[in-house]
Design a protein around this ligand. Structure first.
Ligand SMILES: [Fe+2]
Ligand SMILES: [Fe+2]
Length: 190
């Protein structure tokens, strides 16, 4: 994967991979007759990951401003962090196992995009591991207010970085995959 396409530095999909998106722009997805339950369900999962990150970030802001009690923060982060990490692992596994191998053959013009998505998943594994480490760091500090403040700051930085990277992946993945499904159907995806 060259640097421009790597998740950490990518700013958008290369133009060559946006040919189907040009035919199926995002604004028209919901009105397209091919927009079905599977697409909606899958986009809702992405929305859920974005919301969970927002919830964790909001709770961390409150903690750092001393407007949320450490115990309440701990419970909130454990709950949302667990849903986020487990949900994302499961989601990537389904995409790697069922979606990508079928969709990659649908349209040669954009098949290279799936290499980018696959590389993103590997990159995200590492960023997620680092996210988990900093989440555990903040959770283990809930009994010590000064330490909690420091660890909370570290965690907020980590979360902001992950939010940016994951959002890049989600946007590009949506803009590769939804046009393919609208064009070729979702029957084989079950
Ligand atoms: Fe993905
Ligand atoms: Fe996804």
């Amino acid at each position: 994967m060259n640097d421009e396409l790597a998740l950490i530095s990518r700013e958008k999909l290369p133009d060559a991979l946006q040919v189907l998106l040009a035919e199926y722009p995002r604004e028209g997805w919901e009105k397209d007759p091919g927009f079905d339950g599977l697409i909606r369900f899958w986009l809702d999962r992405h929305l859920m990951f974005r919301r969970l990150m927002k919830e964790m970030s909001g709770a961390t802001d409150l903690l750092l401003d001393r407007k949320m009690a450490p115990d309440q923060f701990g419970a909130t982060l454990s709950r949302y962090g667990g849903m986020f990490v487990n949900g994302l692992h499961e989601h990537h596994t389904i995409e790697d196992t069922y979606y990508f191998p079928k969709l990659i053959h649908k349209d040669k013009r954009i098949s290279k995009g799936f290499d980018i998505l696959d590389a993103d998943h590997h990159a995200l594994d590492e960023f997620l591991a680092s996210f988990v480490t900093s989440a555990n760091g903040v959770l283990q500090a809930t009994g010590d207010r000064a330490k909690l403040q420091d660890q909370g700051g570290v965690f907020q930085t980590e979360l902001t970085r992950l939010e940016k990277l994951l959002n890049r992946h989600l946007v590009d993945e949506e803009e590769l995959i939804v046009p393919v499904i609208l064009r070729y159907g979702s029957r084989e995806l079950g």
